[in-house]
Design a protein around this ligand. Structure first.
Ligand SMILES: [Zn+2]
Length: 116
């Protein structure tokens, strides 16, 4: 009789419970280390807690010092922060662009930075 074993590995956000990424792989499956690696590539943090990209953005906005000082910044349709522009420009300031909550944050560059 054929024996088929498939191991599923799933990564869930510790905050919102959303499923981030998952695999069904025959054999021994994917290691937790690799699962965490791919979750980070999806914009998650994988410390003691797994926190998805959306929750990271929400938490970052709550902690944002600029918003505390200058009031709430706008959000785009996906919930990303539009940041603060300078007096003469709507383009978000550099500090905002480097923030993961910002709509202008370069997630592709972040992905590359985290790539092996
Ligand atoms: Zn989440």
């Amino acid at each position: 009789m054929p024996i088929y074993r498939e191991v599923s590995t799933e990564v869930y956000c510790d905050i919102c419970g959303e499923r981030i990424i998952g695999w069904n792989i025959a054999g021994t499956g994917i290691s937790k280390i690799w699962a965490a690696y791919y979750a980070r590539q999806e914009g998650c943090t994988t410390g003691k807690k797994i926190i998805c990209k959306q929750c990271r953005i929400k938490q970052r906005m709550i902690k944002c010092g600029l918003q505390k000082r200058h009031g709430t910044a706008g959000k785009d349709g996906s919930g990303a922060c539009l940041g603060f522009g300078s007096e003469c420009d709507d383009e978000p300031i550099e500090q905002c662009k480097r923030c993961i909550a910002c709509a202008s944050f370069d997630w592709d560059a972040e992905k590359k930075r985290l790539s092996l």
